[in-house]
Ligand binder design. Structure first.
Ligand code: SF4
Length: 212
C-alpha cells in the first residue's frame, strides 16, 4: 500500500477504465491485447464511425466488415474473431444483458470467460474488474517487473500465483484494485521501463533497485 500511496500522490486517481459503457470496456480489453492503447482508440473510433458500439452490434456485423475497421489495433483478423466469439458468448449466456452476465458467481463466470477462444487471464480479469465490478487484481508484465525491482521474490510465479501474492498484500477493495493496476501501468510506462528511469521516480525512496 506504501507503493500505491506514493503513486497516487504523484499521479492522482487514473479513473480507469477509459470507456463510456461496459460493452466498450470489454471491446477495448480484447483490442488492447499486444498493442498500445492509442491503437485501440483508433479502432474504437472506426467502429463508432460505423455505429458499432456494442457487443450486439458486433454480433450482427460480418467478420469481413468488422476486421478492416480493427486494422489500427493490429492482428485485426484475429481480434475480429475474438470479438465475435465474445459477442456470441454474450448472446448465448445472457442475451447481451450484462447485468445478468455479471450476476453470476466469480469462479463460474471466470471459467466461462477463460473458455472463450483467445481470452487469457489478463484480458478476462480486466473485464471482470472494470466491466463486472469484481475485485480481482489484474496482473501483467508491468506488475511483475515492478515487484521484482522493489525486491519481491516473484520471478518464478505464474499469473495466478502472482495474483495471489499481490491480493494477499493489498486490501480487497474494488476502487483500489481498479486504480492500483492503472497506476502500475502508468508508472512502468513512464519510469520503470525495461531500462528504468529512476531519476525523479516517485518510488525511489522505497526501491532497492533505484539507480538515482
Ligand atoms: S526507482 Fe527505478 S527501478 Fe525502482 S521503481 Fe523507480 S524506476 Fe523502477
Amino acid at each position: 500500500m506504501r507503493v500505491y500511496d506514493l503513486l497516487l500522490d504523484r499521479n492522482g486517481n487514473q479513473n480507469w477504465w477509459p470507456a463510456r459503457t461496459r460493452d466498450e470496456v470489454i471491446i477495448g480489453a480484447i483490442l488492447t491485447q499486444s498493442v498500445a492503447w492509442g491503437n485501440v482508440e483508433k479502432a474504437l473510433a472506426a467502429l463508432a464511425g460505423e455505429g458499432i458500439l456494442s457487443l450486439k452490434d458486433i454480433h450482427f456485423t460480418a467478420p469481413e466488415i468488422l476486421a478492416p475497421l480493427l486494422r489500427p489495433s493490429l492482428y485485426y483478423n484475429q481480434k475480429a474473431m475474438r470479438l465475435k466469439a465474445f459477442a456470441a458468448f454474450a448472446e448465448q449466456a445472457c442475451g447481451f444483458n450484462l447485468d445478468r452476465l455479471f450476476a453470476q458467481g466469480l469462479p463460474v463466470l471466470r471459467a466461462k470467460l477463460l473458455a472463450i477462444k483467445g481470452l487469457g487471464p489478463e484480458t478476462v480479469d480486466s473485464i471482470l474488474l472494470y466491466a463486472g465490478g469484481f475485485p480481482v487484481f489484474v496482473v501483467d508484465a508491468y506488475a511483475k517487473r515492478l515487484l521484482l525491482r522493489l525486491g519481491h521474490p516473484v520471478a518464478a510465479l505464474d499469473y495466478h500465483q502472482l495474483q495471489t501474492y499481490i491480493s494477499n498484500r493489498v486490501p480487497k477493495d474494488l476502487a483500489l484494485y481498479k486504480d492500483f493496476h492503472a497506476q502500475i501501468v502508468r508508472h512502468c510506462k513512464g519510469f520503470c521501463k525495461k531500462a528504468p528511469l529512476c531519476s525523479g521516480c516517485p518510488l525511489s525512496a522505497v526501491c532497492p533497485s533505484s539507480l538515482s
